[in-house]
Design a protein around this ligand. Structure first.
Ligand SMILES: Cc1cc2nc3c(=O)[nH]c(=O)nc-3n(C[C@H](O)[C@H](O)[C@H](O)COP(=O)(O)O)c2cc1C
Length: 454
């Protein structure tokens, strides 16, 4: 058609097509993949404050293969679970672990799953487990930790480009095409720009839709300033091949990210540590800018309780979100239960939700002081019935790949449910432990094994 001849120059720039269920990384300010700090509540927090896309924490391929998909009937989240090995000890009880959790509604079209892998076959098998629930699969080729590099994963892949290329090509063909989602890679710069150039030139020909470059070399520590002098060159190679280029390293806010994108000619910017300290960095100045930490933490606690986040993980990000100088809030950092955290932070409106979440997660035994609000005064039988109901609907859950979002229970923040008096007997949490807390208790262990910090 005549319009083709007169089409604007921008339309001539080649672009690897974005698959129908994938997502374009262009013009996006995104949350970085972060083990521990990138679990579901912090991703939802980043999205709430304006992140365009969120990367999940690196998850090792083998940990996901064979995982079961299920929907949590209380909040509609999708959970990938598996039974961990008991280390060959038949006497040792094994409990189900949640390997990965996502929100099919709030993260829809915005979640990129990041994988740790050093094997194309395993990468494909693992990616197939989550592919229908995410918008993209990203390969971590930047983690410098020995845990990752010893097994050939992470930054080790920068030194084995043939392997990295074969992993990306396999994912594009075996997962990206059938599931209609994009495949991408996250790398670090190499100290010799020519080597970076050679590597990137190969990666962009694999069919990937996006490449993120962490502007530090593998030996560089996080505190060292990011080096941006290779960025324009990398962006140019990406653009010639039609691949989106996302920059990462010392980007501290959406406003700064947008300015850097213009300065360096890249397509997007990724934020990690600034979001760990205050997720509202994704909000522009014009929209209010950085929110006070109390507001961010309140929001974070709501989300943690809503998605039944395990306590150890909740506290990990909480310790980053509460500024270190605030001695007044040390009690919150020391607390072991949602109730005690909310009390220490004086989040009185969240106390009923905290009680319910602690009961669900089997944390009530650790309360420093039992709840004493008048509304909480109920018999043990009534209280345990509320929890029992939740567990019964859990056992009736839809398992496997089928099933849409189950209508979520009322947000936990408003669904406190009855709790006991201080004088009432302690609940038999064993009944509750039968499923949910067990899952959470072992999740921390599994995550240490399967998710590594880059
Ligand atoms: C707690 C933490 C966990 C991280 N986990 C991952 C990860 O799972 N995968 C990955 O590619 N990078 C990981 N990173 C690296 C970040 O994604 C990012 O590349 C790095 O922090 C540089 O960005 P920044 O300067 O904005 O912090 C992690 C960083 C932190 C602080």
């Amino acid at each position: 058609m005549a319009t083709l001849a007169t089409a604007p120059t921008a339309a001539m720039v080649p672009r690897v097509p974005i698959p129908p269920k994938g997502v374009d990384y262009r013009n996006k300010i995104v949350l970085a993949p972060m083990v521990r700090s990138g679990e579901l509540p912090s991703r939802l927090l980043a999205l709430k404050y304006g992140a365009d896309l969120v990367w999940g924490p690196e998850t090792v391929d083998k940990s996901l293969i064979g995982a079961e998909r299920r929907i949590n009937p209380r909040n509609g989240t999708v959970e990938f679970t598996r039974m961990p090995s008991n280390g060959g000890r038949p006497d040792k009880a094994v409990k189900e672990s949640i390997i990965y959790r996502l929100d099919p509604v709030r993260e829809k079209g915005r979640l990129v799953f990041q994988m740790g892998t050093a094997n194309p076959d395993l990468a494909v098998q693992a990616a197939r487990v989550v592919a229908a629930d995410v918008s993209g699969i990203d390969v971590n080729s930047g983690c410098p930790k020995p845990f990752s590099t010893h097994s050939g994963m992470g930054a080790a892949l920068l030194r084995t480009p043939d392997l990295l290329v074969s992993i990306l090509e396999a994912l594009v063909k075996e997962v990206g095409e059938p599931f209609q989602i994009g495949i991408s890679v996250k790398i670090r710069i190499l100290s010799d720009p020519e080597e970076t150039k050679t590597l990137v030139s190969r990666l962009v020909k694999t069919g990937i839709t996006g490449l993120t470059v962490h502007c530090r070399t593998t030996p560089m520590r996080p505190r060292e300033r990011a080096i941006r002098d290779q960025l324009r060159m990398i962006a140019e190679i990406c653009h010639e091949a039609g691949v989106a280029c996302v920059m990462n390293g010392d980007v501290t806010s959406r406003d700064e990210g947008l300015a850097l994108m213009t300065e360096y000619g890249v397509d997007g910017a990724m934020i990690a540590t600034a979001a760990e300290s205050n997720s509202s960095c994704f909000r522009t100045k014009a929209d209010g800018g950085l929110a006070p930490w109390q507001e961010v933490v309140h929001e974070y606690m709501c989300l943690c309780m809503e998605v039944e986040n395990r306590m150890a993980n909740t506290k990990y990000l909480l310790n980053n979100l509460i500024p270190g100088k605030n001695k007044e809030f040390n009690n919150a950092k020391m607390a072991k239960t949602y109730l005690d955290i909310c009390r220490a932070l004086k989040f009185d409106d969240l106390l009923p939700a905290a009680v319910r979440t602690d009961e669900l997660l089997g944390l009530a035994e650790k309360w420093e002081k039992a709840p004493d609000q008048p509304a909480d005064v109920q018999s043990k039988e009534t209280k345990t019935k509320a929890v029992r109901d939740a567990m019964e609907s859990e056992s009736a859950r839809a398992a496997g790949g089928a099933g849409g979002r189950v209508k979520a229970a009322a947000p936990v923040a408003h669904a406190g449910g009855p709790v006991r008096r201080a004088s009432a007997p302690r609940p038999k949490v064993a009944a509750v432990n039968a499923e949910q807390p067990a899952v959470e208790a072992t999740a921390s262990q599994t995550q240490t094994q399967t998710q590594v910090t880059a």
